[in-house]
Design a protein around this ligand. Structure first.
Ligand SMILES: [Zn+2]
Length: 691
């Protein structure tokens, strides 16, 4: 690909905002190091389990826990993230001290981290690093050059399936993944983009909260432009926000984004000019370095039509201001304090409700994980995930798969042909435990001491080029989409694969010394959750080879849709705030996965006992511990702003309602003697059963 000197690129900073909002915590979820299994001290036994199981499991912890000022949430995940961060930070510190030779991976980690931490140097350089980029934008003289520049900003910064990230501040975003119709080769997926706020709803919702937020946003845009040296910033901000609002109007909703069938739109490169006129596509592709790529999958064609038209109908000067603002905002975290603080004042405080920034070292760890994640991950896995833990995790996975196999065989409504493909999916499923089998190569990423702006710029570019280089090449089904130090788990439907990083396979999710009841209730349900995704609304659209193919018969689908509609309706009734309910449709695939996950985990747990009774803990039976471990794994405290944002934009329900899914499980009723009249009680016919 051609490199143009002085060309500017957007850096994906949205992920950083998300991380900031996911907000790690130091005072984490209480777990006495000397005990293993559930934490009885976190329960509130004055609450009836059948009335509010979530508070029964977590009530005392919630009462005594406060969200620290630099956080927007506290939960098990933040505790593990903190632990992962601390360990990662220690590894980075070691690499920084080891005086590794120039060009080595350890040296890159050291230089990246140290350059991020060197605030003095950042202040000294001021707006200097930004200058050539702003000048390039100022020099854009016509819509043709604009198209080229918009193309130059394209990055591999979205991922609609594996990590469900639909947001890019650039006009469009690229994802390289196995093809919907050719799972053997990497294909280019293009997604809508162009908004700075997380989703179209932020621009279009009529709620008072959103109207107020928009006002504050426009003030923030003006402030950032002023700090970046622009004049007439009020008028510019008004035009930028108006353009983003126009883009929001042509964007697809989150619900629609998750509908795979609406995303199966193969376009040839030549189709763009006729299907989406208004943008000089030849220039756009040339700027993006993809003029040679013939085939694309366009996730939201209507948005491409609308956004291309906006390029034509909106004045050039407005687009240039939009570009300048998006650039400044995206890199503000590594610009002088005044800009970084203005950014935090809006995105951290107003948007997420955090009171102060997380310590710089933690943000530095995030940067290293983002740009050199596998270098750290390799050492992390060696140190914190011993072979015994890997073996135990793999045994648990085998039990969960066996449980699913049995459940699927036993389904009376599923046709034999559908069962056969489900079985094939289970048999070919790749389950990665702890860490990947191969590691990313960072040899094309140049990291310099004391140049954080350039390091970030080159990092996102190196990643983009790595992704471009593999287009059309054979797919590695065992490639991971998360680093070992990530506290999360993921299902990769196009690879028929699951990843469980080392950092989530830690207490209280997974503790080799804890009773089986709690390991199955906590991490077992997470593993079961991910396996469920291979059969759910997403999974039913991908076959055992990862091809986009509906392997359900129409009757199977009818039953499945009826059962899942019932679950969507159940979640629609949950109201975290009087004016805001959980969106059952938006959260459906995740809620199905929770439901299937806990059911299979329960089977796996019972099977692991080999007919014996589980040992009691704190006067609780094995079954009680199992469900409590599940509910305790969802204990959380969230600031209102963050919870509102989650309810509006996230495909996962808040922890409280995830924990509530136990009410669909017969064994839970038996374990806690839950009776009709109690708030969570569902008559047997009302309990949703999918697998
Ligand atoms: Zn999920």
């Amino acid at each position: 690909m051609k490199r143009v000197p002085g060309m500017w690129k957007f850096v994906v900073m949205w992920k950083w905002v998300v991380a900031l909002m996911a907000a790690l915590v130091l005072s984490g979820y209480a777990q006495d190091a000397s005990t293993h299994g559930i934490v009885p001290g976190n329960m509130d036994r004055s609450v009836k389990p059948g009335d509010d199981f979530y508070r029964y499991a977590n009530g005392d912890w919630m009462k005594r826990t406060e969200i620290p000022p630099d956080r927007v949430a506290v939960d098990v995940w933040t505790k593990l993230s903190d632990q992962g961060d601390k360990r990662t930070a220690d590894l980075i510190a070691e690499m920084a001290k080891s005086s590794a030779p120039a060009g080595s991976e350890a040296r890159k980690v050291a230089d990246l981290y140290n350059s991020y931490m060197n605030e003095e140097e950042i202040e000294k350089r001021g707006l200097e690093p930004l200058k050539p980029h702003l000048e390039a934008i100022a020099a854009i003289g016509d819509k043709k050059t604009l198209a080229y520049a918009l193309g130059q900003a394209l990055r591999a910064d979205v991922d609609p399936l594996n990590n469900t990230n639909f947001h890019t501040v650039n006009l469009f975003g690229l994802w390289t993944a196995p093809g919907f119709h050719d799972a053997e080769h990497y294909t280019a997926y293009l997604l809508q983009g162009g908004l700075m706020l997380p989703d179209r709803e932020y621009y279009l919702s009529d709620s008072e909260h959103m109207r107020d937020l928009r006002k504050k946003y426009q003030t923030h845009v003006a402030a950032m432009m002023k700090l970046a040296g622009f004049s007439d910033t009020e008028a510019r901000a008004a035009r930028i926000v108006a353009l983003e609002t126009a883009i929001a109007k042509v964007h697809r909703s989150l619900d629609d984004n998750q509908d795979i069938h609406k995303s199966d739109n193969p376009w040839k490169r030549g189709d763009f000019a006729t299907k989406a006129p208004g943008l000089d596509w030849a220039e756009y592709f040339r700027g993006a370095g993809i003029s040679h790529v013939e085939d694309y999958m366009v996730w939201q064609p209507d948005a491409f039509v609308g956004e291309a038209k906006l390029v034509e109908t909106t004045p050039l000067e407005t687009w240039k201001d939009w570009m300048a603002f998006h650039l400044v905002e995206s890199v503000a975290g590594v610009l002088p304090k005044a800009l970084a603080e203005e950014r935090f004042a809006f995105f951290g405080k107003e948007m997420a409700g955090a009171e102060k920034q997380r310590p710089r070292w933690q943000r530095g760890v995030f940067v290293v994980n983002d740009l050199l994640g596998d270098v750290v991950g390799k050492v992390y896995a060696e140190r914190y995930f011993p072979p015994e833990a890997k073996a135990q995790g793999e045994a648990m996975v085998a039990n969960l798969i066996a449980a699913y196999r049995k459940r699927i065989e036993g389904l009376t409504w599923m046709n034999p042909s559908t069962k056969a493909e489900a079985e094939a999916k289970l048999s070919t499923l790749y389950v990665g435990i702890g860490y990947p089998e191969t590691w990313h190569d960072y040899s094309n990423y140049e990291v310099k001491a004391d140049d954080i702006f350039g390091n970030i710029w080159r990092g996102s570019m190196a990643d983009y080029q790595r992704q471009l280089a593999r287009l059309g090449k054979p797919v590695d089904r065992k490639e991971w989409s998360m680093t070992p130090q990530t506290v999360n788990a993921v299902n990769l439907p196009l690879q028929n694969a699951l990843n469980f990083p080392a950092a989530i396979l830690q207490p209280p999710f997974f503790d080799p010394k804890a009773p089986a009841a709690t390991n199955y209730g906590a991490i077992g349900s997470v593993i079961g959750h991910e396996i469920s995704h291979t059969f759910d609304t997403e999974g039913s659209t991908f076959d055992s080879k990862g091809q986009l193919r509906n392997w359900w018969t129409p009757e199977d689908l009818k039953h499945f849709e009826a059962a899942t509609a019932q679950l969507a309706a159940q979640y629609d009734t949950y109201k975290p705030f009087p004016d805001l309910a959980v969106n059952g449709k938006q959260t459906l695939p995740e809620n199905i996965a929770d439901l299937g996950g806990i059911a299979a985990a329960y089977d796996g747990f019972r099977a692991s006992l080999n007919g014996k009774e589980a040992p009691m803990q704190a006067g609780l039976t094995g079954d009680q511990q199992f469900f409590l471990a599940f509910a305790q794994s969802w204990g959380e405290k969230l600031r209102e702003a963050a919870e509102r944002e989650q309810v509006m934009t996230d495909s996962h329900s808040p922890g409280e309602f995830r924990a509530c899914t136990v009410r669909n499980n017969d064994a839970w009723y038996a374990a806690f003697d839950v009776k009709a009249g109690e708030k969570l009680y569902l008559a047997p016919g009302e309990r949703v059963r999918i697998w």
